[in-house]
Design a protein around this ligand. Structure first.
Ligand code: SAH
Length: 401
């Protein structure tokens, strides 16, 4: 669940757009016979139907990309990001402690690597900005340790709406869009604790320099291509319009090979796989940057080590949701293949893990932190919004994530 990278050089993987064959025969599988009231025609569904009618079935990767990041459609449904907390961590208290422990982890990495005079804290996909807020609070509390270090914060975010929320969380004010539309930085401000903060749409726009990178529940929203092994070889899963039911989508298998097959390992033994070229491109870029200018990256996500098959799923209000129903109303996600991330970092930087989030937090001393929290609560003798026992239970649950 966690991969850490440090120092080492490059290799590149290309992102391929599948050529869409004109004949769609053979297998198809629908997502169930939902009654019409359970399959509302959302504006995103209308947009996708129009797109498929114009250019043919789309890959699962394109579907994810459209549903999650099409700015024209205005859907930002990540982890109920505009409402509740993410579901990776079960309680706001544990989420806060997680951010604080990450802050301590970054500082200890900074100390272990020679206390550079400056570093950038770069977060990929910061959601509401709460995690980076918790990390910055630790930087303030440990100000005496960091007092001679120039820190800046750099956020990579594609959603305009979420970047506005991040700005409010971290600077407590509205940060205007940069006037120059061609500038790689689209917003710039200063955090509550006086640290310069900038927003970018792509990692490659972030200035090169000694950096600590964080990607928390970021890689699992990147688009995946899905493949199935058939007697004719690997066939990619596409999304098409169901000819039997109006305004309904279904999965179909491509009749011939498609370019993204290049991302499947030659010795692959599974019969269903998901590949995420974007993740490879980003890990490549991270590794090259770290090899060039130093630093470390921490990736925390739902994932596996190259063993799982079908993990593409939808969540709405923390409940499983059919991925093809009412697109734009549910979060879409696919587990991260950490064995792939490690392969893409190999030879450039050292990569550690993955390890379970639970183990990482235990190694970082979460038990001590929880005990202190309990002590504080007893002392205050205040009415608790959540009993300590449930906090500990919340933490224990992380073992199974
Ligand atoms: N890290 C946050 C939220 C994760 S949700 C947390 O832990 O709570 C995924 C985030 O990634 C959202 O902020 C989303 O807008 C952003 N995102 C998705 N695809 C992206 C991309 N290709 N580039 C940059 N940000 C992206």
């Amino acid at each position: 669940m966690t991969v850490l990278v440090r120092s080492g050089v490059g290799l590149l993987c290309a992102v391929a757009r599948a050529a869409i064959p004109s004949v769609w025969r053979g297998k198809y599988f629908s997502s169930g016979n939902e009654p019409a009231e359970n399959n509302p025609v959302t504006p995103m569904l209308r947009h996708l139907i129009y797109k498929i009618k114009s250019t043919g079935p789309i890959t699962v990767a394109e579907y994810m990309k459209e549903v999650l990041t099409n700015p024209a459609k205005g859907y930002y449904v990540y982890r109920d990001m505009l409402g509740e907390q993410g579901d990776f961590i079960t309680s706001p208290e544990i989420s806060q402690i997680f951010g604080e422990l990450l802050g301590i982890w970054f500082i200890s990495e900074w100390m272990a690597t020679g206390k550079s005079t400056a570093f950038q804290l770069v977060e990929l996909g910061p959601g509401r900005g709460t995690l980076v807020g918790d990390i910055l609070r630790v930087f303030t509390q440990l100000g005496s340790v960091l007092k001679n270090c120039d820190i800046s914060v750099h956020l990579v975010e594609v959603s305009q709406k979420l970047s506005e929320i991040q700005a409010l969380t971290l600077t407590e004010e509205k940060v205007p869009l940069e006037r120059n539309a061609g500038s790689p930085v689209y917003m710039k401000g200063v955090t509550k604790s006086g640290i310069p903060i900038s927003w970018y749409r792509h990692l490659h726009d972030v200035p090169k320099g000694y950096s600590f990178y964080l990607a928390h529940e970021f890689f699992d929203v990147l688009p995946v291509h899905k493949f199935q092994k058939t007697p004719q070889g690997w066939r990619e899963v596409f999304i098409d319009i169901d000819p039997q039911v109006s305004d309904k989508l279904r999965f179909v298998l491509a009749p011939s090979a498609t370019p993204a097959e290049a991302f499947i390992q030659h010795d692959e033994t599974r019969d269903h796989v998901e590949v995420c070229p974007d993740a490879g491109v980003i890990i490549e870029e991270l590794s090259q940057r770290i090899a060039l200018t130093g630093g470390a990256a921490l990736v925390a996500d739902y994932g596996h080590d190259g063993t799982k098959t079908d993990t593409f799923r939808g969540f709405c209000g923390h409940k499983l949701h059919d991925v093809l129903i009412a697109p734009g109303t549910a979060d879409l996600t696919a587990d991260v293949d950490f064995s792939y991330l490690r392969r893409m970092a190999q030879g450039k930087v050292a990569s550690l893990g993955p390890i379970k989030q639970h183990t990482f937090l235990k190694n970082m001393g979460i038990d001590v932190r929880l005990k202190r929290l309990e002590g504080g609560r007893h002392q205050r003798n205040a009415r608790q919004s959540k009993p300590f026992a449930s906090l500990v239970a919340g933490f224990s649950e992380l073992a199974w994530q």
